[in-house]
Design a protein around this ligand. Sequence first.
Ligand SMILES: NC(=O)c1ccc[n+]([C@@H]2O[C@H](COP(=O)([O-])OP(=O)(O)OC[C@H]3O[C@@H](n4cnc5c(N)ncnc54)[C@H](OP(=O)(O)O)[C@@H]3O)[C@@H](O)[C@H]2O)c1
Length: 255
Amino acid sequence: MTTAENGSEKGELAGKRALVTGGSRGIGAAVVRQLLDAGAEVLTTARSATGTTPEGAAFVAADVRTRDGAETLAAAVRDVLGGVDVLVHNVGGARPHRSGLDIPDEEWRDALDLNLLASVRVDALLAPGMRDRRTGAIVHVSTAATFPPSPPFLHYQAAKVALESYSRGLAVELAPAGVRVNAVSPGRTATPGGEATRKYWESLDIGPGPTDTPPLGRDGRPADIANAVLFLVSERAEWVTGQVIGVDGGEYPRG
Ligand SMILES: NC(=O)c1ccc[n+]([C@@H]2O[C@H](COP(=O)([O-])OP(=O)(O)OC[C@H]3O[C@@H](n4cnc5c(N)ncnc54)[C@H](OP(=O)(O)O)[C@@H]3O)[C@@H](O)[C@H]2O)c1
């Protein structure tokens, strides 16, 4: 993909150091690519390296659901980047269930760890450095599908709603230090994780899941979401904080 196609401007993020979680495929990989194209130095993570991790990014294996994983990431940021200016918390997901009441305890915990606490723990380790330097941009990746309520996905929705609330609250806390915090909420996007989840949902035979094409006439592409992330971490968004921006082809219009 060329720079013109992905919306980033060469050099826009030159000198910036970025950490992106879940950058080995899907939306995270598109974010990594755009940050690299914009001139940032990028470190990314997944549980294991794959051939689809964008070339040019440093990689560290870590499971962000755990405190150990968060500490591994913070240490890698120190060792590889020497600090961080841009934090993109992209990791997320969950397995749908036939009924909200069937979701086992360990999957609730997993959904909360992956979709909420991973961000909370990594922010707690790395945002103080941003606050001390009085600069930085943080983006949390949520989902546009937090409403209407969906029983197969109660654990995922609850965790992402909590993430959005947390993101707004952190924005209030860090604004006086010049650190901006926002969230991006993707709609139906063509990624390995998104496709696998929708396929699994259909196999449960529980009626209409997230199956319709969004009003703008196509599914999202990872680059659609990455464009919004890039805007939010760039100087173009220097007066934007505490927002949750839906990028969903018109699927979930909100007031
Ligand atoms: N695609 C959609 O339709 C859609 C819609 C709404 C919201 N979203 C949100 O967008 C974000 C990205 O979704 P996606 O569809 O691009 O996901 P994806 O295709 O499943 O990719 C997820 C990435 O995260 C990594 N990852 C997963 N679990 C991890 C863990 N415990 N520790 C570290 N890395 C981990 C994966 O690598 P490994 O598996 O090797 O660890 C991979 O790099 C998620 O927050 C998701 O909730 C997606």
